[in-house]
Design a protein around this ligand. Structure first.
Ligand code: NG6
Ligand code: CA
Length: 509
C-alpha cells in the first residue's frame, strides 16, 4: 500500500531508486511544516485577534510577520470530527462515528487511508505527532498494558507522543509510539466508560477530595484531584500531572524538531490548552484577570514561543512553514467550576460571531489561523475562505505530491491563499456541528435541524431551527437576520448544492 501510494504521489512510473533520489533531492528544498493545533481557542481569544485581557506576544509576533486569516474554519464545531478532517481531507460528516469519542474508542481513521502524515512521509518528510490525539486507538477493546495499535504510527507518523483522547477523559496517561509511557507492568491499567473499575474514589461519591469541581458531567474517577469522564484504575506511575502537561508535551515537540533537523520534517503539535480541565502550571496561574481560562491562553502562547525558539535555535526559521489554528470555537463553562464565567469580564471568546463550540453558527468553526514562513510569506491579513480540510491537498501541492483520486475527497489546494499570494481561497464550504450549513460567497444556509436550539450547560446557542436559516455573513456577521423567507430561491439553490456535495461523496474537483 505504501509503495503504491508512493508511486502515485510522486506521479511517475520510473524506477523506485531513481524516484527516491529525486524525491529526496526535492525534499531538501521543501519547508519543514509545523502545525500547531490548539484546542477550543475562539476567534476572539488571542491578542492578534483583538483580545486585551490576556497577552499572547508569541502568537502576535507570528501573526504580525505572517498571514492572519479572518474567514478560516475548522471542519467541525467539536474536536474529533475536526481532527479527522484535518488529517484526511475528508469532511467529517461523511464519516460514520466521527463525533466526540470516548477514551477507549478504536482508531477512527482506517490505516491505509492517505493522511497528511503518510503523504508527507512519501515525499521524504520525517513525521511526528505530539499532544492531543482524540481519534481513537487500537482495533476495539484496547489493552493499555500491551501494544496499542493501530494508531498514529499506522497512519504515517514516524513518532508519536499523545494524550489518547482529552485531558478530561480517562485514561490519564501518555502513549508514546505503541505503549503507555512510564507504565509499571505490576500496576496494570483498566479503563471503562460503562462502569466503575477498581476502587478509586469518584467525583460523584467523594467530592471532598476534589480541587476542581465539575459543573456538569465529569464526576467519575478522580485523577490528580480532578474527576474525569470515564473510570480507570492502575497505571499510577504513568499518570499525567495536569499542571505539567504543557511542559511535557512542549518538551516532546521541541525534542522532535531537534532530532529531525537533518531532513525535512512535519510536526503536528496538538496542544492540550485551552481545553478543560484548565490547570496552568504555577508559572502562569493567576497571571491574567480571567482565572484559569485566561491563564491557559497565556500558557498556550508560551508553548508556541518555545516551539518557535527551538526552530530558531536550530537555524531552521527561514524555511519552516508554521501554521497555528484551533480545532473548534470557544466555550467558557465546559464542565468544571473554574471561574471562567465569573471572570470573563468584557473578553469575547467568539469575537463578533454568534455561537461557539458545538454550534452551527459561525463561532463554532470560524477560528484563528496564522500562517508564517519567512522565506515565502509577507505580512498580511487575509479574508480568504479556507478550511483545515484543505491542508492535505495544499501540503501535497506545495511538496510535489499528487493525491490519488480517492484521497482527500474534500480537500482543495488553497496554498496560494494560505501563503497570502491569492486573495481568495475556496468559493464554498460545508460547516458541520449537529447539522450542516453551506457557505457560498457571503451567503450561509443552515439546514433545518431537530436538535436543541440552546445548550444551557455551556450557555451556547447551537443554531438548530426546524426552518432553514439564510444569513448574509458579510453584512450581518452575527447572523441575526434570517433572510430565508425573502430569498427562497437562494435557499433552494444552496440546499440543492449541499445535497449534491453530500450525494457525490466528494467535493474536490
Ligand atoms: C463534552 C464534555 C466537554 C468536552 C467535550 C469534548 C461533558 C458534560 N462535556 O461531552 O467537557 O470534553 O465533550 O471537547 O462531558 S472536544 O474539544 O474534545 O470536542
Ligand atoms: Ca476542541
Amino acid at each position: 500500500m505504501r509503495r503504491r501510494s508512493f508511486l502515485q504521489l510522486a506521479g511517475g512510473a520510473c524506477a523506485s531508486s531513481l524516484l527516491s533520489r529525486k524525491v529526496l533531492a526535492a525534499a531538501a528544498r521543501r519547508p519543514n511544516i509545523v502545525l500547531i493545533y490548539a484546542d477550543d481557542v475562539g476567534f476572539g481569544d488571542l491578542g492578534c485577534y483583538g483580545a486585551t485581557r490576556v497577552k499572547t506576544p508569541n502568537l502576535d509576533r507570528l501573526a504580525a510577520s505572517g498571514v492572519r486569516f479572518t474567514d478560516a474554519h475548522s471542519s467541525s464545531a467539536t474536536c474529533t470530527p475536526s481532527r479527522y478532517s484535518l488529517l484526511t481531507g475528508e469532511y467529517a460528516f461523511r464519516k460514520e462515528g466521527a463525533r466526540v469519542l470516548p477514551g477507549d474508542a478504536p482508531l477512527l481513521i482506517e490505516p491505509g487511508r492517505v493522511t497528511i502524515a503518510s503523504m508527507l512521509r512519501s515525499q521524504g518528510y520525517r513525521t511526528g505527532v505530539v499532544g492531543k490525539w482524540h481519534l481513537g486507538l487500537g482495533g476495539g477493546n484496547v489493552d493499555w498494558n500491551g501494544e496499542i495499535k493501530p494508531g498514529p504510527l499506522e497512519l504515517g507518523f514516524d513518532y508519536s507522543f499523545v494524550i489518547p483522547a482529552t485531558g478530561d477523559r480517562v485514561p490519564c496517561v501518555y502513549v508514546e509510539n505503541h505503549r503507555v509511557a512510564g507504565l509499571d507492568p505490576k500496576d496494570p491499567i483498566r479503563v471503562s466508560y460503562k462502569e466503575k473499575v477498581g476502587d478509586e474514589p469518584t467525583g460523584k461519591d467523594n467530592p471532598e477530595l476534589l480541587r476542581m469541581h465539575p459543573s456538569h458531567g465529569h464526576d467519575m474517577t478522580i485523577v490528580n484531584g480532578i474527576s474525569r469522564i470515564g473510570y480507570m484504575s492502575g497505571g499510577k506511575a504513568a499518570r499525567w500531572v495536569d499542571q505539567d502537561m504543557a511542559d511535557v508535551i512542549t518538551g516532546k515537540a521541541t525534542g522532535f524538531i531537534r532530532q529531525s533537523k537533518t531532513q525535512p520534517f512535519f510536526l503536528y503539535f496538538a496542544t492540550h490548552d485551552i481545553h478543560v480541565p484548565r490547570v496552568p502550571h504555577k508559572r502562569f496561574a493567576g497571571n491574567t484577570p480571567m482565572g484559569p481560562r485566561g491563564d491557559v491562553i497565556a500558557e498556550l502562547d508560551w508553548c508556541v514561543g518555545q516551539v518557535l525558539a527551538e526552530i530558531e535555535r536550530q537555524n531552521l526559521a527561514e524555511n519552516t512553514l508554521v501554521i497555528f489554528s484551533s480545532d473548534n470555537g470557544p466555550v467558557v463553562d465546559d464542565g468544571y467550576k473554574d471561574q471562567a464565567v465569573e471572570k470573563l469580564g468584557d473578553h469575547r471568546p467568539p469575537g463578533p460571531y454568534r455561537g461557539g463550540k458545538y454550534s452551527i453558527f459561525e463561532a463554532g468553526t470560524r477560528i484563528p489561523l496564522i500562517v508564517n514562513w519567512p522565506r515565502r510569506v509577507k505580512p498580511a491579513v487575509s479574508t480568504a475562505l479556507v478550511s483545515q480540510v484543505d491542508f492535505l491537498a495544499s501540503f501535497a501541492g506545495l511538496t510535489g505530491g499528487k493525491l490519488p483520486q480517492n484521497a482527500g475527497p474534500d480537500s482543495f489546494d488553497v496554498m496560494p491563499a494560505l501563503l497570502g499570494e491569492a486573495k481568495s481561497g475556496r468559493d464554498h464550504l460545508v460547516e458541520h456541528a449537529g447539522v450542516l450549513s453551506l457557505r457560498k460567497g457571503n451567503w450561509k444556509l443552515i439546514l433545518p435541524g431537530k436538535g436543541a436550539r440552546f445548550n444551557p450547560n455551556v450557555n451556547i446557542e447551537l443554531g438548530n431551527d426546524p426552518q432553514p436559516q439564510l444569513y448574509d455573513v458579510s453584512g450581518d456577521r452575527a447572523e441575526t437576520k434570517n433572510l430565508a423567507a425573502q430569498h427562497p430561491e437562494k435557499v433552494r439553490e444552496l440546499t440543492a448544492m449541499l445535497e449534491k456535495i453530500r450525494k457525490d461523496g466528494r467535493s474536490r474537483p
